[in-house]
Write a protein that binds this ligand. Structure first.
Ligand SMILES: *Cc1c(COP(=O)(O)O)cnc(C)c1O
Length: 357
């Protein structure tokens, strides 16, 4: 049976990425060796890093004066590394969910944190919009896509200070005005590669402005100076990321990808909004994520939740159980997910509804 991959992360990768990575595990760059057993300082792997950096810059239209880094430690390390390197006295944070809260917690270790607004009262189903970012902060941090709750900020915010953004779960799903940011970071396992590598796009001139002592490995400058080769980088995830970046370019870049992503999400939200038994958890259309679609059973059908998971899983719908903090269902529609999978899920929801409503 064909499987449809709706996992939230690690998550679906393009067949192009998987096939080329599998080939490289057997024979990388015609070296007669596996990508798993070659030096990260070989010229063949250096070429992979160089091409991946160039493609990130091309796809996101990264201006001069920025470096693209491939680091370990996941997005979670960035929660601490960002304030360590950019927070002098005070930073502003927008609290839109679990990941944003984790970033806030780490920032508090390094200075004053002004949480300008929080979606907590709405269980993070609404993106707060009524807030002011003070001008006397070192930066404004936000999470563009809230993977767990299915909310998303799809437009670069307009604030009077430099920005830092966690784009882990929607990077490469839309054009971004990188010039507004001192740092963009993203764990690769949602839209790019297997877990193990984190992409950072940093503004070089914004580095080295804090006075605190920073361990060498946790300084962006270290990695900028050494082109992500200060120590052994995550070789295999970087190789896989390069394949995905090439695939994105072949699709016509992020503006084209965004159109496809919006078409997929619109179709699924429309089916949920029309349904008698399902309801979306995010009420405002403008807050709804095009990457993670969260929905539940209407209260009168709540007892059917487990049945639907079983029914859908038996039809090849993988990973649609909602996050434990939200319950219900979550269909992640990352870039690599084909429209065909969205249509299969909708058909499965309709069949279940016809049998049970
Ligand atoms: C998954 C995720 C993270 C955590 O990433 P790790 O690489 O596991 O540390 C952080 N932020 C967002 C928005 C995520 O989706």
């Amino acid at each position: 049976m064909k499987k449809h991959n709706f996992y939230a992360g690690p998550s679906i990768l393009s067949q192009y990425t998987i096939k080329n990575t599998a080939d490289a595990v057997l024979n990388f760059a015609d070296m007669g060796l596996s990508i798993l057993e070659i030096s990260h300082r070989s010229k063949q792997f250096q070429a992979v890093v160089d091409e991946a950096v160039a493609l990130v810059k091309e796809l996101l239209n990264v201006p001069e004066g920025y470096s693209v880094l491939f680091l370990g430690g996941g997005a979670s390390l960035q929660f601490a590394m960002a304030p360590m390197n950019f927070l002098n006295t005070k930073a502003a944070y927008l609290d839109t969910g679990v990941w944003a809260s984790k970033a806030i917690k780490e920032a508090k270790l390094f200075g004053e944190v002004d949480v300008v607004a929080s979606g907590k009262d709405s269980h993070y189903t609404v993106i707060p919009k009524d807030y002011t970012v003070p001008t006397d902060v070192d930066y404004f941090h936000y999470t563009s896509n809230n993977t767990i709750y299915g909310t998303e900020i799809r437009k670069d915010p307009d604030v009077p200070v430099r920005m830092i953004c966690d784009m882990s779960s929607d990077i490469f799903s839309r054009p971004v005005d990188v010039s507004k940011y001192d740092l963009i970071y993203a764990g690769a396992q949602k839209n790019l590669a297997p877990s193990g590598v984190t992409i950072c796009i940093v503004k070089d001139a914004a580095l080295d402005k804090v006075s605190r002592v920073i361990p060498t490995m946790l300084k962006y400058k270290t990695h900028v100076d050494k082109g992500s080769m200060f120590n052994t980088p995550p070789v295999l995830p970087i190789f896989a990321a390069l394949q995905t970046l090439k695939y994105y370019k072949s699709l016509g870049g992020v503006a084209e990808i965004e159109k496809m992503d919006i078409a997929k999400a619109d179709k699924l939200y429309a089916a949920i909004d029309e349904s008698k038994i399902f309801v979306a958890t995010v009420p405002n259309k403008e807050d709804r994520s095009i990457m993670n679609v969260c929905f539940v059973m209407k209260p009168e059908y709540a007892h059917l939740e487990k049945d639907f998971i079983e029914f859908a899983t038996a039809q090849g719908m993988m990973g649609i159980k909602g996050h434990r903090d939200v319950g219900g269902f979550r269909a992640s529609l990352y870039n690599a997910l084909p429209m065909e999978s969205v249509e299969a899920l909708i058909a499965c929801m309709k069949e279940f509804e016809a049998k049970n409503a």
